[in-house]
Design a protein around this ligand. Sequence first.
Ligand SMILES: *Cc1c(COP(=O)(O)O)cnc(C)c1O
Length: 413
Amino acid sequence: MEKKIPLSEAQLREVIKKFPTPFHIYDEAAIRQNVRNLISAFSWAPAFKEYFAVKATPNPTLLKVLKEEGVGADCSSLAELILAERSGIVGEEIMFSSNDTPAEDFIKARQLGAIINLDDISHIDFLEKQAGIPEVISFRYNPGPLMASGNTIIGFPEDAKYGLTRQQIHSAYRIMRDKGVKRFGIHTMVISNELNSDSFVGTANMMFDLIIELSQELGISFEFVNLGGGIGIPYKPEQQPVDLARVGQGIKQAYEEKIVANGLHPLRIAMECGRMITGPYGYLVSTVLHKKAIYKNYVGLDACMANLMRPALYGSYHHISVVGKEHLPCDHVYDVTGSLCENNDKFAIDRALPAIDIGDIIVIHDAGAHGFAMGFNYNGKLRSAELLLKPDGKVEMIRRAETIDDYLATLNI
Ligand SMILES: *Cc1c(COP(=O)(O)O)cnc(C)c1O
């Protein structure tokens, strides 16, 4: 996928006059189109629902845009529940997929009427005591070594802290059935940032088999299966996005062979994607402050890993454009850094780029999910503004940048 910027150089320079770099900017029209593509891949399914993983881009303006497209919210903390609520997303439009959950989070989720997806068998008693048993319940399944795959971000299921084992999942639904629960869902999330469409079909097959087994053994019926998030995005220009239509068709076939054939239709298909919804449509825009030539050549930005941690945290590739120099040869090699006193504060290492000058505008691509959201204040760095490029071409600030006063606000001085 060729990496493009949805603003011309002139437009971007106008935006920067009003909103100084660094900032994140999201492309509303592209986000809307993308989510429509996801939903249409499941147009065959009974009431497909995407619950956007709020943690990916926790901004109410974006949550409202997504709500207009029929998307709910996948929350895992009190603050995320409140963001959903303030965005007008309540009741069963919220999926609460938490782990290691504080009591107050369960209480808030119950108050909002959210669908609660429990991460552990021991949370049954905890939930009952703290917030009461809800009308609908879901459990997160961890297939452990039964699923012979895994990838670098989540790892192998048996090493992941999430979910219930195969044995526990049987007991958990039995306990809930015996407590009088009538409405059931089931959840899993075993892959992250996956580009192979067959993986999602594989996950659906695994879950459909489990649903058949549990339904028959316990005499319960499932309203929905939540296949989690994990749809990857092509961070590298040579990668291709997941073929959503193919995922939809593959899951449809499995649905017919397993769910329909066993009389378990209708079963709602839910997903809680974050990354693929907003990731490719968010850009971190920064300005070159310094150049430095020592044993290697460095370009220092006014952004740092507090604005986008993925390269430092996972060694992730994020494509970099030098605005106005997109068509020049990439005949220079740089480490592109931020200003933290941490040597891993680098957006790119040994990256071939056009010759860069101080003052150049740098756009870091695919920063729309797990970008701003992972921000932190180490070294006294302040979180940036977030901007929204509206479908009519106007640019709106949807979160102001932090100030030094914000930084000092919690201190006793
Ligand atoms: C992080 C997470 C998601 C979203 O994952 P993406 O890779 O952003 O699609 C969904 N569900 C749960 C439970 C998560 O922890």
